[in-house]
Design a protein around this ligand. Structure first.
Ligand SMILES: [Ca+2]
Ligand SMILES: [Ca+2]
Ligand SMILES: [Ca+2]
Ligand SMILES: [Ca+2]
Length: 316
């Protein structure tokens, strides 16, 4: 992945860093706060913000010729006149988050609410959380401080990015025709312009990147310009689209690892199924344990008839 997106890159880093962080050190470790408590606090803060802020929707409704399609957030005051608050414009989705995600001592799953809105509907279709997406983005805190920005389109394989970010991007349609400009930039006709609010449980929680300006439990706000995506992205090239390797169907591709116990003993690292070409580590690549017909339909043989298809069954 490109360095530009390093702030958003979390899934693999979290796994790597968790291997060494338990060792003794002189640093005073503050135990993480309970997930439900932080979720409730973040949600109240987001709602308060949405009630008291608006975005430049009027500019999106009647764009001038050189409008840059950038979302601008501002406080509703007596000076701004009647503005529709964000709370009346956002949609929500509920995402259950396990305390395991952040290696917390508690064992809970807490529903988190992601708030999002499309300032401009893209004319194309929307990616899944398992797809590679061509996107420009800007991330800011509720204070308005921008912590990361990439105004030119860049490819992002969504499972490598924040859970809430991937879920939000999957709610927006992409654009259509691509045109190259003389200065080397490109335009994508009818791309989607979206805004999303991530509670910290769908972002970095108690482990924000050092030096990013993001503090523990910070809410993140992203605006994205969704240009293109690769339909049915198959990141490990094993014949199965990444989204179909989300075996427990929870929108999180990091928690599906069929051969985890084998990988733990082999010591070469842990590879969830969307990053694993031999999902059961039986020596036969996944690609050779599935059947893809001429139309691209996949069937999953189960040769020993035990209900587990061969590609995730180490003994068949
Ligand atoms: Ca999953
Ligand atoms: Ca694996
Ligand atoms: Ca795989
Ligand atoms: Ca097998």
């Amino acid at each position: 992945m490109k360095e530009k997106g390093v702030l958003l890159f979390i899934a693999v880093l979290a796994i790597l860093s968790s291997c060494s962080s338990d060792d003794s050190s002189d640093v005073q470790v503050v135990p993480p706060r309970p997930l439900a408590e932080v979720e409730a606090e973040n949600d109240a803060d987001i709602i308060e913000y949405l009630k008291t802020h608006y975005y430049n929707y009027e500019e999106f409704e009647n764009p001038v010729a050189d409008f840059n399609y950038k979302i601008v957030l501002d406080t509703i005051t007596s000076l701004t006149g009647d503005k529709i608050p964000l709370i009346d414009q956002v949609s929500t989705m509920t995402i259950p988050v396990s305390s395991e995600t952040f290696n917390l001592d508690e064992d809970v799953t807490v529903d988190h609410t992601l708030y999002y809105l499309a300032a401009r509907e893209g004319i194309g279709e929307s990616p899944t959380v398992g797809d590679s997406t061509f996107v420009a983005y800007e991330g800011q805190l509720l204070s308005g401080d921008v912590f990361d920005s990439n105004i030119t389109y860049t490819w992002q394989y969504l499972p490598f990015f924040l859970r809430g970010y991937a879920a939000g991007v999957s709610k927006f349609n992409v654009g259509g025709e691509v045109t190259s400009n003389l200065d080397g930039t490109i335009d994508i006709n009818g791309s989607g312009i979206g805004l999303m609010f991530l509670p910290s449980g769908l972002a970095y929680y108690n482990n924000p990147p050092l030096g990013s300006g993001i503090l523990n439990y910070d809410i993140l706000v992203f605006q994205v310009n969704t240009g293109l995506f690769i339909e049915s992205t198959d990141y490990d090239n094993d014949g199965i689209p990444s989204i179909m390797e989300d075996l427990n169907n929870n929108g999180n591709l990091s928690d599906d690892n069929t051969d985890e116990s084998t990988e733990l003993t082999s010591g070469f690292g842990l590879f969830p199924n969307h990053l694993d070409r031999d999902d059961d580590q039986d020596g036969t690549p996944t690609r050779d344990e599935i059947i893809i017909d001429n139309e691209g339909n996949i069937t999953f043989p189960d040769s020993d008839g035990d209900g587990t298809p061969d590609y995730i069954d180490a003994d068949s």
